[in-house]
Unconditional design. Structure first.
Length: 354
């Protein structure tokens, strides 16, 4: 199992800190540095900046939003970043959610699975420097009855095949991801539930495509809050750090009818809590929603406590099938985040699963 670091979104006064975190992760031997986008900073610009200031660590989009870019534009960006980083780029894609897709980009959030499949197909063809000809439900290239002609990418990526990941939550999306991608980016991953919620659907997709599960990268992003050595008797204070984060996703990320994370919590056995969290969050009671998050749910989907305890959880993730564990360290200062990075590296070494 490898380690990654997720910088999250750029901005909010943490720009210099984020770069310092990326450079420290590079020094420590982390495998990949991911960055995100929603409706603030874009991921491509940040990744170019990180690539220019690091030496070995891979850079990855987690994610480029599918409604934000034409697939051929994504292929151009991926090829350019792969060239600029000397072959260190990983392409992560996702459909985002209905609020962002329709509210920010003006793109209907309909048929996300079919849209993703077509998008990936076009991106693959373009990055392989084929002349792109495509006739699908969502994209047609070139447009018929016009002056457009089949065109191929002029940039030569460093590698023949840039690794392609898809952010997936639901079982159908995960199965398709196993079929058409090289890796899955997941959130709220519990090693106790990973076979049912992630690995099983991915395996089904790989089998459908006639491909082995071996070599497929399963990449959960896991928040980390470090405690003192020998102080694992009570991790509730550390769990409280992530209550607002968990409540946001389970209760407020999407609508009542369409919240992927709420459905995931229910599949993990937290049906009653998921309902209460969502009811309170959507009613404007964010504090009540956070208080309703079970500590067990937080503990199962984060890394809390001493280096020794974190190492134990890393062993569980590796045994469950995780191949790249991406850390999202807590902390309001650079020193706290760097300390968490170093603890993660030490915990992986102790775990013996690197």
């Amino acid at each position: 199992m490898q380690l990654g670091i997720n910088l999250g979104y750029w901005g909010a006064g943490m720009d210099a800190d984020n770069l310092a975190v990326a450079k420290e992760a590079d020094r420590l031997g982390y495998a990949v540095c991911w960055t995100a986008e929603a409706y603030g900073s874009d991921a491509a610009t940040v990744l170019a900046y990180v690539a220019a200031n690091t030496e070995r660590i891979d850079i990855g989009s987690a994610i480029f939003q599918i409604p934000a870019r034409m697939p051929t534009m994504t292929a151009m960006t991926a090829a350019t970043l792969d060239t600029l980083s000397d072959g260190r780029f990983r392409l992560g894609l996702g459909v985002s959610g209905p609020q962002v897709s329709e509210g920010w980009y003006g793109v209907r959030f309909d048929k996300p699975l079919a849209r993703t499949r077509e998008y990936v197909d076009i991106v693959r063809r373009a990055m392989a420097r084929e002349r792109v000809v495509y006739e699908g439900e969502h994209w047609t290239l070139p447009l018929p009855d016009g002056p457009g002609k089949p065109i191929k990418l002029t940039v030569h990526p460093r590698r023949e095949r840039i690794p392609l990941y898809i952010a997936a939550i639901g079982p159908k999306n995960l199965e398709q991801t196993g079929e058409i991608a090289d890796g899955a980016l997941v959130l709220f991953a519990s090693p106790e539930h990973l076979e049912d919620t992630v690995v099983g659907p991915v395996r089904a997709g790989r089998e459908k495509a006639g491909l082995p599960l071996e070599g497929f990268d399963i990449v959960p992003t896991v928040p980390l809050a470090m405690g003192p050595e020998g102080g694992d008797g009570d991790v509730s204070a550390l769990a409280d750090v992530f209550r607002p984060y968990t409540a946001l996703y389970v209760g407020g990320m999407g609508s009542r009818k369409q919240n992927f994370y709420n459905r995931l919590a229910r599949r993990m056995g937290y049906e009653k809590a998921a309902e209460e969290i969502q009811d309170k969050y959507l009613a404007g009671d964010k504090e009540g929603a956070a208080a309703a998050v079970p500590q067990d749910l937080i503990d199962r989907t984060t890394l809390l406590g001493s280096v020794a305890r974190i190492a134990d959880r890393m062993r569980a993730y590796a045994a469950a099938g995780v191949t790249t564990l991406t850390l999202s360290p807590s902390g309001f200062t650079l020193e706290e985040r760097v300390a968490s990075l170093r603890a993660g590296s030490e915990a992986l070494e102790r775990a013996g699963v690197a």
